[in-house]
Design a binder for this molecule. Sequence first.
Ligand code: PLP
Length: 377
Amino acid sequence: MIYFDNAATTYPKPSAVNRAVNNALLLYGANPGRAGHSMSMRTAEEIYRTRSEVADFFGAAGPECVVFTPNCTASLNYVMKGILKPGDHVVTSNLEHNAVMRPLEKLAEKGITYTAVEVTPGDNDKTVDSFRKALKPNTALVVCTHVSNVWGIRLPVERIAALAHQYGIPLCLDAAQSAGVFPIKMGESCDYLCVASHKGLYAPMGTGILVTCMEKNLDTLIEGGTGTNSVSLQQPDTLPDRFESGTVNVPGICGIHAGIRFVKTRGISRILEHETLLMQRLYRRIRQSPKIHLYTPEPDGNALGPVVSFNVEGMDSEDVGAFLAKQGVAVRAGLHCAPCAHKTMGTLESGAVRCCPSVFTTENQIAGFVSALRKIL
Ligand code: PLP
């Protein structure tokens, strides 16, 4: 199979991740932090080492700022629902995934309003200005995607964070598509970082991360056992326990550890360069056909991340996806859980076909993709 659905989750995973998950089942099989026996302690230590690795990777103040969650959606929900109160206002963008939009719509039922500002690709001044104009005295949060999962458009989050900070407003970053591909630094890029570790960090599915040291502003959504201070009936105030009730996904967390080490060893700039080069090749080859509609300039590894979405004239995107699947090429067609991003580009009716590479994608796979597409054309 030629796998171009890496924006949904990366596949394959590095063999070090496969091994780490397997080893976790063998070596770290006891519930961490719940008992004093050696396997429980060993497991807790490995989880702590993973927290340290994540904290170091994103420049967090310490390992305790790293909370393991089931996915990026959960991390975003923890932040938005934990921080926002009736009467608050939120600024977001017009490129958001439903992982941001649906919680915002749900919060609207409680009297929380939001403004989705227009992102102007290629003009960061204009984009930042749109964010500035949308701020109100009751704006309590800015939440936005780092890189659009459909169009690859990268938002100038450092500038947006600096703007929000001028007014004492925190920024929550949806880094589902960027973590492991573009640099992210806590504080400079955001105050709440939501990560889909199963994508660019090459961890198993069912893993996500929330990084923050601003837990005091966040109410909890889930309360329960943490293995600490069991005598108290109150949820702990301290991180990471405050947001990690119940048994954590130990094999997944061990996979995060191995995945981050893999990404660090390869280097995110080299990963980005590799993926961008391949997407440029793909873009240039498919653009030659007058029947292919492309919606953005070619990926440049800066303003545009390594994602190419397109349509074939006269064909439904889902049909193109189904045809490619029959040829052994895995893409994602349709609306990519991001109707707002499609509305922005005028593709809400048609959807689009999305190709996204990973560190493992090869030139041969690009050639295989192009020849499968030619059969359709
Ligand atoms: N945000 C964006 C931009 C995404 O692309 C995705 C997943 O595709 C998500 C959030 C949700 O991530 P997860 O599936 O880990 O919850």
